[in-house]
Design a protein around this ligand. Structure first.
Ligand code: PAF
Length: 286
């Protein structure tokens, strides 16, 4: 017998009613926010959610607010049946898949969460408004579902940092649980956007995790050596157009200076063909 896909709730009122009943019965709730196109990385988030809560909710919503006018909102892959099938064996209580009209009934919202200084750096510099849009929808999802815990991946490190800070700044009563990046056999971090890569681009994209490995290996020689090692790997692959390689203090997400010692996060964003990919790793600077 084929496994049954989880039920779908498309309305805010419907989801709230269902989760109110779970809370009333004393069950804890975990939310896994996604934009669909689910892969093993998402399933790792769901697996962790299942370990730490009684009821797992997966939201699937391609949030228009976090895409710029020239970005891939229209071509972002959407296939709810495939996503539900992927979740079939994973004890997901409900998939929340609202329409844009359900989430933004009056069109673009006037009230937004702003991501502050860090929201304008790195990915936020290349994608103006992205993090305000992302935080706004995450805030809405947390208010709609009222989960005890929400599970995010380390791969989107800047997103994760900003969500953690929003929850702290706004006293949102949800704990943020972090799951490590899941990688394919060739080292590439799993991402829904990997589906856009053809074979040659996929081979070229391998230089992104390779640059991070090189950065880790150079870390005992200091920041300049880290930057040089990563850039030498990335510049050796003409198909990869570097957006940034940066090393930040994990507690502030601001760039570290030469004098910095301790754990830092090395981050890469690059375009491979038309596809923008990001990745990161912790490095220990000596
Ligand atoms: O990481 C994502 O898929 C999205 O940014 C999120 C957190 C679901 C918000 O739309």
């Amino acid at each position: 017998m084929s496994p049954t896909p989880p039920p779908v709730e498309t309305t805010i009122a419907g989801l709230r009613a269902r989760l109110d009943a779970e809370r009333a019965a004393g069950r804890s709730i975990a939310l896994v926010p996604t934009m669909g196109s689910l892969h093993e990385g998402h399933l790792a988030l769901v697996g962790r959610a299942r370990e730490i809560a009684d009821v797992v909710v997966v939201s699937i919503f391609v949030n228009p607010l976090q895409f710029g006018p020239t970005e891939d909102f229209d071509r972002y892959p959407r296939d709810l049946d495939r996503d539900r099938a992927a979740l079939a064996d994973h004890a997901v209580a409900v998939v929340f898949a609202p329409t844009a009209a359900e989430m933004y009934p009056t069109g673009p919202v006037q009230t937004r969460v702003t991501a502050g200084q860090v929201g304008g750096t790195l990915d936020g510099r290349s994608r103006p408004g992205h993090f305000d849009g992302m935080l706004t929808v995450v805030a809405k999802l947390l208010l709609i579902a009222g989960p005890h815990v929400a599970v995010f991946g380390q791969k989107d490190a800047q997103q994760l940092f900003l969500v953690q800070r929003m929850v702290r700044d706004l006293d949102v009563p949800t704990r943020i649980e972090v799951v490590d990046t899941v990688r394919a056999d060739d080292g590439l971090a799993l991402s829904s956007r990997n589906a856009f890569l053809d074979e040659r681009q996929r081979r070229a994209a391998r230089t992104i995790p390779a640059a991070l490995e090189a950065a880790q290996s150079a870390a005992d020689r200091g920041l300049d050596a880290v930057v040089a090692a990563a850039q030498s790997v990335l510049s050796g692959e003409p198909e990869v157009e570097l957006d940034y390689f940066a090393v930040v203090d994990p507690t502030t997400f601001l760039p570290v200076g030469d004098e910095y010692r301790g754990l830092a996060r090395a981050l890469v964003a690059a375009r491979v063909g038309p596809t923008r990919l990001i990745d990161n790793e912790l490095i220990a600077l000596h």
